[in-house]
Every structure is written in C-alpha cells, then in structure tokens.
Ligand binder design. Structure first.
Ligand code: NAD
Ligand code: DAU
Length: 339
C-alpha cells in the first residue's frame, strides 16, 4: 500500500511512519512518501530509523504549493493519504494567527484538490478534540457534539474538518476525520506541556503554569494514537468522524507534579504565570465509536508512558539541545522573555 504522509517529520507523523515501516508491519507492504515543509517543528532526526529504508521517500514541499503537491501525486500515485501537516501549537496561533490559516486551511484545501483530481482509496484527515471547545464536567464529547473552537488553531482545524467532509459529500472523496486528544511521547517539540516541563525540569528552569493549572486534558500516548490511525485506514468507514482518546483525564498541575517526581525535582520550580487567552478549561471525549467499529483501545497506562517519555528526553540530550537552539531561542526570548 502506497501511503502519502503529510507532516511526517513532526511529532505524531514521524511516530506513524516509524510504526508503519517498523518490524511489526501493521500495514502489510507499506511504502511511504513523506511530504513535509520542514518548519521549525519538522525534524528529519525523528526519521533516522527509516532514512535508509528503500520503502521510505522524503519530499520537502509546502502544502500550499499546488503544482508541487500535484507533482507528488503524479509521481507517487498514493493509495492512502494521512494528513498530519499543520501548525499545531495553540500559543503560537494566538501570538501569530496567519500561519495556521495558511497551512491548516489553505494547505488542506490544496491537498484535497489534488486528491479530488487523482483519486485515492482513503484520505485520513488528522484532527483534534479541541474543535469541540471546553466541555463542562461530567460531559464527554462524541462525534456529534457541537463544534465550539476557542483559538485560531482549533478554529482552523474545525474549518479544515468541515472542508474535508464536504469533499466526501460533494465529490465522493473517501474522507475520514479523526479527532484525538492530547498526545505525548518521544520526539515532541518542547513547546507543548509535557516535553516543555520535562526539559525545563531537567535544566532546573522554571515550569510556567498558565492560570490556576486546574485545566483538564485527556492524555493519549502517541503510539496508541498511531495504532488507532492504522485501524482507521483498515477498518473505518469513509464520510465518518472518529474520536481517539486516551481515557486519562488529569489537571495540568497533576501532570506537572508527576514530571517533577519522575525527574527528581522539587515543587519550587513551579511558576504560576498569566493564563492563556481563551484557555479551554476541560477537554473530554469518548472513543466508543472507534472501539465498537475497529476494536481499537488505548493500552498505554499514563504513568508508564510518562516514565518512558521522561527516559527518552533524558537519553536524548543532543536532540533536545538541537531543537532548542536557533528559532526556539528567538521565539521564547521575544514572546516569553519576561518569565
Ligand atoms: P508537529 O507540529 O509536531 O508537526 C507538524 C509537521 O507539519 C511538521 O513536520 C511541519 O514541518 C509540517 N508542516 C507544517 N506546515 C506545513 C506545510 N505548510 N506544508 C508541509 N508540511 C508542513 O505536529 P503534531 O503534534 O505531530 O500534530 C500532527 C497533527 O495531529 C496536526 O494536524 C495536529 O492538529 C493533530 N493533533 C495533534 C495533537 C497533539 O497533541 N500534538 C493532538 C490531536 C491532533
Ligand atoms: O487536545 C489536542 C491538542 O493538544 C492538539 O490539537 C494540539 O495540537 C496540541 O498542541 C495540544 O493542545 P493544548 O493547547 O492542549 O496543548 P499544550 O501542550 O500547549 O497545553 C496543554 C495544557 O497545558 C493547556 O491547558 C495549557 C497548559 N500549559 C501549556 C504550556 C505550553 C501550561 O500551563 N504551561 C505551558 O507552558
């Protein structure tokens, strides 16, 4: 099966490629072309394990470049597209909204147009539980829950979900949308909560907690997410939406305390800072539909997954140092210098 992966040099896309081409071969006969612009978040080091593999190819392409995207379809003729590429960080989307609209909306449109012209067996659009907005306890969002995105990031993802589904309804493109909760695991850029807290704790730097730190997120190990995507490719229905959750809801401060414990650091590192504008209080979703239709369920217990993730960052100081140089330094100095 020829799979075009967009954004495969990022956190989740690279985990997906490593899994698909790994020893277990969850997708038999898989060949992968990774289309990635290599923004600050794209890192070829994440794909070192498959770099010399004859089943893997890489193309540095911006999704918004329609002729380049069409040339990829012409040359590779993918059977399945898994669309991860996005500007994925809520804080950056608040500080500078334009890139999320370019990549998440225009980029998705460009890709859908190429798919409409060429045809594929399945287009998997990777989306997020953030499109549902903040969910009051004790409710859980199912796939029919109203869309109430709060940030430019989540609004752009909600828009691209609807655009992708319209290509199913209007043109018969076999689109499936997945909406996952907060991922964690190796190779996550240290701008997101868990890797930021791990790397700051390891360097004895302050751990910035937004607002009161009692916002709730549902944590999904990236390998559980990737197994869910394989199940979606093989067993789901086109034209449908599937939630993918980790079944582990925790307030941010609880997560941070677990990281302090795992890194043997003290609570004094915690710094309460100004809240994120429009900060969603609670995410919670049910993945009962995906489980019923494919048999998938998350298997990684959060404490075990977090311990392994801390171990990965501890064992890869060079990776952390390299991603934290250059653009990262400038971004944090400009926007968070006062912390
Ligand atoms: P990431 O930021 O780590 O990686 C994004 C990748 O997309 C990078 O490799 C980047 O170079 C590439 N990219 C960005 N703009 C591009 C463009 N214009 N053209 C081509 N490539 C481009 O993101 P991630 O955390 O791996 O998230 C992947 C997807 O999963 C996103 O669609 C995101 O919305 C979704 N998602 C993420 C989470 C999470 O917790 N991280 C949870 C649910 C859903
Ligand atoms: O829910 C899925 C989403 O999860 C994905 O769609 C996004 O791509 C991904 O970035 C993530 O979004 P969040 O905004 O939930 O993740 P983030 O890691 O940025 O923040 C998690 C929580 O931690 C949130 O309540 C904000 C808080 N936070 C975050 C950072 C970076 C802090 O308190 N301090 C911080 O420094």
């Amino acid at each position: 099966m020829k799979i075009l992966v967009t954004g495969g040099a990022g956190f989740i896309g690279s985990a997906f490629i490593r899994m698909v081409l790994g020893a277990q071969e969850p997708v038999r006969g898989a060949r992968v072309l990774n289309l990635d612009k290599l923004t600050y978040a794209g890192n070829p080091e994440n794909l070192a394990a498959v770099a010399g593999d004859g089943r893997y190819r890489f193309a540095r392409v911006d999704l918004c470049d329609a002729p380049a995207v069409e040339a990829i379809f012409e040359g590779f003729r993918p059977e399945v597209v898994v669309h991860f590429a996005a500007e994925s960080h809520v804080d950056r989307s608040i500080l500078s909204p334009e890139p999320v609209f370019e990549t998440n909306l225009r980029g998705t449109f460009t890709l859908l147009e190429a798919v409409r012209k060429r045809g594929v067996a399945r287009f998997v659009h990777i989306s997020t539980d953030e499109v549902y907005g903040s969910i009051p306890a004790p409710e859980q969002a199912d796939e029919g829950f109203p869309l109430r995105p709060s940030s430019p990031y989540s609004a752009s993802k909600a828009g691209s979900d609807l655009l992708a589904l319209s290509y199913f309804t209007t043109y018969g493109v076999p689109v499936t949308v997945t909406r996952a909760s907060n991922n964690y695991g190796p190779c996550q850029f240290p701008e997101k909560l868990i890797p930021l807290m791990i790397s700051n704790a390891m360097e004895d730097k302050p751990l910035p907690v937004y607002g009161d730190g009692l916002q709730v997120r549902d944590w999904l190990h990236v390998e559980d997410h990737c197994r869910a995507i394989v199940a979606v490719i093989e067993k789901s229905r086109a034209g449908e939406i599937y939630n993918i959750g980790g079944n582990r809801s925790l307030p941010n401060l609880d997560v941070i305390r677990k990281i302090l414990e795992a890194t043997s650091k003290r609570e004094e590192l915690i710094r309460m800072v100004a809240d994120r504008p429009g900060h969603d209080r609670r995410y919670a979703l049910t993945s009962a539909k995906l489980t019923a239709e494919t048999g998938w369920a998350p298997v990684m217990e959060f404490e075990r997954g977090l311990e392994a993730t801390v171990g990965w960052y501890r064992d890869n100081p060079g990776w952390v140092e390299r991603v934290k140089s250059g653009e990262y330094q400038r971004f944090y100095e400009i926007n968070y210098g006062a912390r």
